[in-house]
Each structure stands twice: as C-alpha cells, then as structure tokens.
Design a protein around this ligand. Structure first.
Ligand code: Q46
Ligand code: ZN
Ligand code: ZN
Length: 282
C-alpha cells in the first residue's frame, strides 16, 4: 500500500487513508496542533508524565511543536510500577533536555496501594496534585496524555454505571479559574487513538514503560475499550463522533453545577471539603 501523500510505503491506515512514517508523524502532530489552536494555548505548559506511552507521546509532540514545557511526575508508590515509570519519564526528559520535577504522594501522608478501591483514590489524588503543582508554580496549563480511546471508554463506563456526574473533566479543554485556584487542563491527544499513540512512540523511539499498574489488570474499562476499538475498526470515525457527543453532554451538565472553595485547602471542590482533603484525613 502506498502513502496517500507520497509514493512511499504506507505503515498505517487511518479512516481509510494510508500514511507513510513521515506523513503519519505529520498527521499526529496536526491533530495535536488542532487542539492547541482551537483553545488558543500559548505560554508555559506543565506536562504530567506517567511513564506510559500516552503522556510520553503528548510531551514529545508538544516538544516537537516548540512549546515551553515543564514535565512533572507523580510518584504514587505503586509496587512494581512507580519506580520503573519514574525511570522512563526521567530518561525521556534527559533525552529531550528537560529536568523532571517529582511529586511524592507519601509527602502528603497518602498511600494508595493498600486501599480497597485504589483507582478512585488514585484518580482524585492525581488530579489534585497536578493542579496544585501547576498552580503553585505559576503555570497556566496542565497537559495530560488522555487520548481518544480513554475519553470514549471513560464516558461509556460512566453510562454503564449511571454515573452522570462523572462526565465532567472528560472534554479536551477545561478552563482555569483563578478564584478557585484552578489551572486550565488540556488533552492534546484528544483526537488520537491508543494505537496511533503507540505507533508515534515507536516511530520516534521514545522511552516508555510497557508494564501496567497492577490495579489496571482487572479494570472493567478494559472490555469497554476493546469493544469500542472493534466498532471503530468496522466503522472508522465512530469514536471521534462519540467523543464529540460526550463533550456536548458534559457541557450541558456543567451548566447546572456549582463549585465551592474547599474549607481546608482553598482549592476547588464540589462539596464544602474537597475529596483530596477527605482522603488525607482518613
Ligand atoms: S488509577 Fe488505578 Fe491507574 Fe492509579 S491505581 Fe493504578 S490503575 S495508576 S491509570
Ligand atoms: Zn507519505
Ligand atoms: Zn481541600
């Protein structure tokens, strides 16, 4: 198969178009650029690295597009995972000429691995610390490696669990709000699927940790993700359409929401005390 844009051998087909290595990378960076341009993102961006392929691809792509970046890593102390991931994130940063900032959850007296439902605590802690880091260091934006596969899977999982409130935070850009110490969040990989992110890191020889967190293995979302990808292979473009619909639903839900300031820490909260402060107290 030939690339649609030149005569070279194609390595990937996306929505019926074949791409060679060079044009695939152009396509990938173009999708990232479209998010950045749509929301007018400029200035320094704090980039959350997890050690995995997606945040590595996100960081590398933003670096290739010449953004001013500060990578950081949250060490969650998950056995058999966190140390390897931190090493991979450090390796990537040193390859690209950055110094990685490390945030350690143990400094906040939190341990995730021994909890009954580690993922729900982990999610809250990560969101809180990402925002806190960026806010306290004066960054306007936090970029994360959430991709199209994550966005669609997350939303479908919420539908499957009648969890409409969880719809918030899934769209590609969340505005910052100074009065609530909220930094803007951006998902540059929002239009890119898992497979495309994997291909991007392989083609660019980007170091990443292949191991999965031990709590990810039995997650119900794995089946949903497989299902979504199988529908996409029969009907290319359906995932992007679903993501657009979920984005609209999120905006409808947002209109009825009230944010407060947490009584303990002063960051944004949907109750009088934020979930992070409740976790710390426990
Ligand atoms: S939420 Fe759960 Fe992940 Fe946290 S505890 Fe591991 S699997 S790392 S994206
Ligand atoms: Zn080509
Ligand atoms: Zn709080």
């Amino acid at each position: 198969m030939e690339c649609k844009y030149c005569s070279r051998e194609a390595i990937e087909e996306i929505n019926g178009k074949a791409y060679c290595k060079e044009h695939f990378i152009k396509y990938f960076l173009g999708r990232v650029r479209s998010i950045i341009d749509k929301f007018g993102i400029s200035g320094e961006i704090a980039v959350a690295l997890s050690g995995g392929k997606d945040s590595a691809a996100c960081f590398h792509a933003l670096h290739s597009l010449n953004f001013d970046l500060q990578p950081f890593y949250i060490n969650l102390h998950i056995p058999g995972d966190s140390e390897i991931c931190q090493k991979k994130a450090e390796e990537l940063c040193s390859n690209l000429g950055y110094k990685l900032k490390i945030i350690d959850v143990e400094e906040y007296g939190i341990s995730i691995a021994n909890k009954k439902k580690p993922c729900s605590i982990c999610g809250t802690v990560k969101r809180y610390l990402m925002n806190k880091f960026a806010y306290e260091h004066g960054y306007k934006y936090v970029a994360t490696g959430h991709n199209l596969s994550d966005a669609v899977t997350f939303a479908l999982n919420n539908l499957a669990n009648v969890n409409m409130l969880n719809f918030r935070g899934n769209k590609p850009y969340l505005e910052g709000r100074e009065e609530y110490k909220m930094v803007a969040k951006v998902k540059p990989l929002y239009w890119l699927k898992d497979k495309e992110c994997m291909l991007y890191v392989i083609l660019n020889e980007i170091p990443f940790a292949d191991e999965e967190c031990l709590f990810a293995k039995n997650a119900p979302t794995i089946k949903i993700k497989e299902w979504v990808h199988s529908i996409e292979s029969e009907q290319p473009g359906i995932m992007a359409n679903m993501a657009k619909s979920f984005w609209k639903i999120e905006e409808m839900i947002e209109r009825d929401e009230k944010i407060n300031k947490c009584k303990k820490c002063g960051f944004a909260s949907y109750g009088s005390v934020c979930k992070f402060c409740k976790i710390r107290k426990r």
